[in-house]
Design a protein around this ligand. Structure first.
Ligand code: NAP
Length: 308
């Protein structure tokens, strides 16, 4: 039986691996569908401390993986479909038919930004389509950008983007924001913000190099279409925490599916810990996920010592 299995290879997962490996717990990491997590879909990361010139997201993740491997972390490419309680620990059921037995589990499966489902969006991510204003806003100084969504995230992103962009279109499919009053008032008071009510983006239009140049919108009331010039679209229509595989495992989640933590990173099931965006809909930063991964490793280590 393993001491600890870490599910997920984003910042939280690799940091948990580095700490548990250095504590001689010989962690096994199960890497799922998107090895490296959300940072593999971004370009330059300017806000991760220690990189004064910035670092490319995929490079940062590769370095974390190398650092974890240096201390003996093992990696298996398998998606976990279910977790069940067994004597002395847990059995994880892998998609490939493998079972893994472990005394503790650290869930670091992250969250996936929700997208509209338009045809060319996969290729555009990192080239004018993103879900993180904090990460990418500074790259769009003095140009028009758009934010899609009407919740707190959209309001927050649009307000933040007014620091850089020449214009921020706030595109919402209805005619009032879902965001809290204070955040709605704040964003709508910004001179650079132009709300486009009752509007839905139906096409991302690119130049010959595949970079975003325009969006085509449809009025949700009368079906009429119109276009706007934008260099980047920030999609803020919610995140989906990757927790569907936990059904039946007894791990409590909030109404949006985010894992609830207590006493640090402990979940409602003793011996199962959670770290990073899978349990955090507030901060959602690489550095906070890494910090939380460290905390989960220390919590798992303490739990193992107490239960020896
Ligand atoms: P959210 O509240 O679920 O809002 C998502 C928004 O996206 C809604 O306005 C929704 O439109 C729109 N939307 C969803 N699917 C869409 C689609 N296919 N096409 C176009 N629009 C679509 O998500 P969130 O803003 O990410 O917030 C999530 C949670 O985090 C909330 O509880 C929020 O309060 C919290 N949060 C808090 C803060 C803060 O306090 N600082 C910051 C960010 C988030 P409809 O309104 O028409 O449904």
């Amino acid at each position: 039986m393993e001491n600890v299995i870490i599910i997920g290879t984003g910042c939280a997962g690799w940091t948990a691996a580095i700490y548990t490996a250095r504590a001689n717990l010989e962690p096994l990491v199960l890497a799922g569908e998107q090895p490296g997590g959300q940072l593999t879909t971004t370009t330059e990361v300017e806000n991760f401390p220690g990189f004064p010139e910035g670092v490319m997201g995929p490079d940062l993740m590769m370095n974390m993986e190398k650092q974890a491997a240096r201390f003996g972390t093992r990696v298996q490419y398998d998606r976990v479909d279910a977790i069940e309680k067994i004597e002395g620990g847990f059995r994880l059921k892998g998609m490939m038919g493998n079972d893994y037995e472990t005394k503790t589990v650290i869930i670091a499966t992250g969250a996936s930004p929700r997208h509209l489902g338009l045809p060319n969006e996969k290729e555009l991510i990192g080239h004018g389509l993103t879900s993180c204003a904090t990460c990418d806003g500074a790259f769009y100084a003095d140009v028009p950008v758009a934010v899609i969504g009407g919740g707190d995230s959209a309001a927050e992103e649009a307000t933040f983007l007014t620091r850089f962009a020449s214009k921020v279109y706030l595109i919402h499919r209805r005619e009032e924001l879902r965001a809290s009053k204070i955040m709605s008032d704040r964003v709508l008071a910004q001179e650079k913000v132009e709300p486009l009510w009752n509007s839905q983006v139906v096409e991302y239009i690119t130049d010959d190099e595949g970079k975003m140049t325009k969006i085509r919108l449809q009025n949700t009331q009368d079906g009429s279409e119109y276009e706007k010039d934008v260099k980047c679209v920030f999609v803020a229509i919610g995140h989906v925490p990757n927790t569907s595989f936990l059904e039946g495992a007894g791990v409590e989640c909030d109404e949006n599916g985010y894992i609830l933590q207590k006493n640090g990173t402990q979940t409602s099931v003793e011996g199962i810990f959670a770290a990073g965006d899978v349990a955090d809909h507030v901060y959602r930063q690489a550095i906070t996920a890494a910090g939380n991964g460290c905390a989960a490793a220390l919590d798992a280590e303490r739990y193992l010592a107490e239960n020896e």
